[in-house]
Design a protein around this ligand. Structure first.
Ligand code: PRP
Length: 181
């Protein structure tokens, strides 16, 4: 095995396990949408670009991919309403079957904002999909497809970053505390 980057404490989820789970989620979506006709996957930039690409390539139901970019106002803890839209969809989603694709749900504020915003555009249906979810006591957001629960530590890889670094690691890893504290 190659040496880990010095910022990395340990690998939490291997590349193999991620790929297996993404394939399972794609199969679940295929089953749920087999009679739906065309589906729209909405990948949320930047973090979900890798998951969206892998999920899309493993899905067999007819679908298109679009993207939105969302940012929190600060780099620290997010609060409700502290989310803003940076980049919107190319096409309307009225009467379309939509799945929002996130890399991670942490406080849930981003997914809540997306859910409310996209529901207001009158899609035929709207579901949420995230590969990772932080383990929390309560989360006030509907999550239809969830890949893995993660411990409440700073994780990087597979789209997740620390100051825009480590996004392209093929696995999920815990960052050493001294890197971010
Ligand atoms: C991350 C992640 C989600 C959001 C989840 O994005 O990709 O969009 O945070 O956090 P929440 O559940 O607490 O709202 P980030 O703001 O780091 O931007 P990025 O995807 O461009 O890295």
């Amino acid at each position: 095995m190659t040496d880990l980057h010095p910022d990395i404490e340990r690998i939490i989820i291997s590349e193999e396990d991620i790929q297996r789970r993404v394939a399972e989620m794609a199969a679940e979506i295929d089953r749920d949408y087999k009679d739906a006709g065309q589906v729209v996957l909405i990948g949320i930039l930047k973090g979900a670009f890798i998951f969206t690409a892998d999920l899309s390539r493993k899905m067999n139901v007819p679908h298109s991919v679009d993207f939105m970019s969302i940012s929190s106002y600060g780099d620290t803890a997010k609060s409700v309403g502290a989310v803003r839209l940076i980049l919107d969809l190319r096409k309307p989603i009225t009467d379309r079957h939509v799945i929002v694709v996130e890399d991670i749900v942490d406080t849930g504020h981003t997914m809540n904002y997306l859910h409310q915003t996209l529901l207001g555009r009158n899609p035929a249906s709207l579901k949420t999909c995230t590969l990772f979810k932080k383990t929390r006591d309560s989360l006030d957001v509907p999550l239809d497809y969830v890949g893995f629960d993660l411990p409440d530590v700073w994780v990087v890889g597979y789209g997740l970053d620390y100051a825009d670094t480590h996004r392209t690691l093929p696995y999920i890893a815990e960052l050493k505390k001294e890197v971010y504290s």
